[in-house]
Design a protein around this ligand. Structure first.
Ligand code: HEM
Ligand code: HEM
Length: 177
């Protein structure tokens, strides 16, 4: 279950790939034929999108708590700047994984709309401030695009490690074969 010195454990791997799946699904379900997710005809897509997004938040918090019981594998020898770069990217990904759902929840409530989790509506818990809400949602959209680009670069880096540097970085996040 726990990570070893050379490989992420089953729990850390399950968290990683569940988060990847949920983020991609939330992104796909942010697109509807209507110009806005707030439109009545986009209601079903918005409900699915919000549920997936809140699940991302819950799973990321659990993943961070698991970090208290589990130590990441040690890295294969690599240049100091590569190591620092990978630390920075992982931190940036965690920051975005928290900020994207946080801006969405805040923005949705500031606009004055309930948030949906598994079919249940959670009504706004703060005073309505429509313009600030719209600005916060614009930030949410920007951050969501940013995580796609950064995680894309992160995935390319993992493939570069595997196919070019031929080290165990990618294997450390894959189930044993
Ligand atoms: C990692 C999780 C999430 C990702 C990747 C994500 C991604 C996105 C993207 C890309 C858009 C812009 C869609 C477009 O107009 O092209 C968007 C809009 C939106 N998201 Fe999320 N989202 C996430 C989580 C959430 C959560 C947790 C909520 C609700 C609590 C939420 C509520 C919304 C709403 C209401 C909009 C429409 C905003 C508007 O039209 O002004 N999202 N999201
Ligand atoms: C939304 C997409 C993704 C996100 C948000 C993400 C996030 C993260 C985070 C936060 C870590 C740090 C370790 C941890 O805490 O679990 C990590 C590690 C890792 N990820 Fe991803 N990841 C994504 C997609 C991918 C993809 C597509 C691949 C493979 C092609 C990949 C391969 C790896 C590998 C190999 C590691 C271990 C790297 C190391 O220990 O230096 N990730 N990822």
């Amino acid at each position: 279950m726990r990570s070893t010195s050379s490989r992420y454990g089953a729990v850390a791997q399950a968290f990683h790939w569940l988060i990847v799946t949920l983020v991609l699904a939330a992104y796909v379900m942010s697109k509807s034929d209507s110009h806005s997710l707030y439109a009545a005809e986009a209601d079903r897509v918005r409900r699915i999108h919000e549920t997936l997004g809140i699940l991302v938040f819950i799973v990321v918090v659990l993943r961070i708590l698991w970090e208290l019981f589990d130590e990441a594998p040690s890295k294969p020898p690599m240049a100091r700047w590569v190591l620092a770069g990978s630390k920075f990217v992982h931190l940036a990904l965690y920051a975005l994984l928290i900020l994207i759902p946080a801006t969405a929840a805040l923005g949705t409530w500031l606009v004055g709309i309930p948030i949906t989790l598994l079919g249940f509506d959670i009504p706004p818990q703060i005073t309505q401030m429509r313009e600030l809400g719209q600005l916060t949602m614009a930030l949410h959209t920007r951050l969501a695009s940013a995580i796609l680009w950064i995680s894309g670069a992160h995935a390319v880096a993992a493939l570069f490690h595997h196919f070019y540097l031929r080290d165990d970085v990618l294997r450390s996040m894959l189930p044993r074969n």
